[in-house]
Design a protein around this ligand. Structure first.
Ligand code: ADP
Length: 158
């Protein structure tokens, strides 16, 4: 059974993340989307809120589980018997950082491989920070985030 972990901040989850996740769920037997909890970094949403919004957004994906973790991704992957880490690539600018991350993880545990996926072109430019920027300036983000996230953001503005 091929188990993949899709780790990230997901602050909040976007249509870009969801597209990567959907593609991964078609390739692997089970995908765990895991919110990385970073105690020293204050995010926009809490880890619990991010997990909650992801759960609402992935209900149609039967082989996807939602979780959070702290510490090394590779340790989390081992604990869940995962052999694959999923990461998304948007632009060449993502490449250097993602390459280093995958090589560091591979140096820590060569049994776990990183697989890079891309999104549909219309989701390619979307990032959580772009969403927060548009939202904080009163813009409409409904096309770029799952409906649960859009509803949450509209409420948060009121
Ligand atoms: P991190 O803080 O770990 O980079 P993010 O939540 O920003 O977490 O992203 C998680 C992963 O999803 C990263 O590999 C990132 O490159 C990828 N990703 C995010 N948005 C997109 C997108 N629009 N298209 C492709 N990959 C994406």
């Amino acid at each position: 059974m091929k188990i993949a972990i899709y780790p990230g901040s997901f602050d909040p989850i976007t249509m870009g993340h969801l597209d990567i996740l959907r593609n991964a769920s078609e390739i692997f037997d089970k995908v765990i989307i895991a919110v990385a909890h970073n105690a020293s970094k204050k995010g926009f949403l809490t880890t619990e809120q991010r997990v909650e919004l992801i759960k609402k957004s992935v209900q149609d994906l039967s082989n996807v589980e939602v979780d959070s973790f702290s510490g090394l991704t590779i340790e989390y992957a081992k604990k869940h018997n995962a052999q694959i880490l999923i990461r998304g690539l948007r632009a060449v600018s993502d490449f250097e950082y993602e390459m280093q991350l995958s090589q560091a993880n591979s140096a820590l545990c060569s049994d776990i491989k990183t697989v890079f996926l891309t999104t549909k072109p219309e989701y390619n430019f979307i990032s959580s920070s772009t969403i927060k920027e548009i939202w904080s300036n009163g813009g409409d983000v409904s096309k770029f985030v799952p409906s649960a996230v859009n509803e949450y953001l509209l409420q948060k503005r009121d």
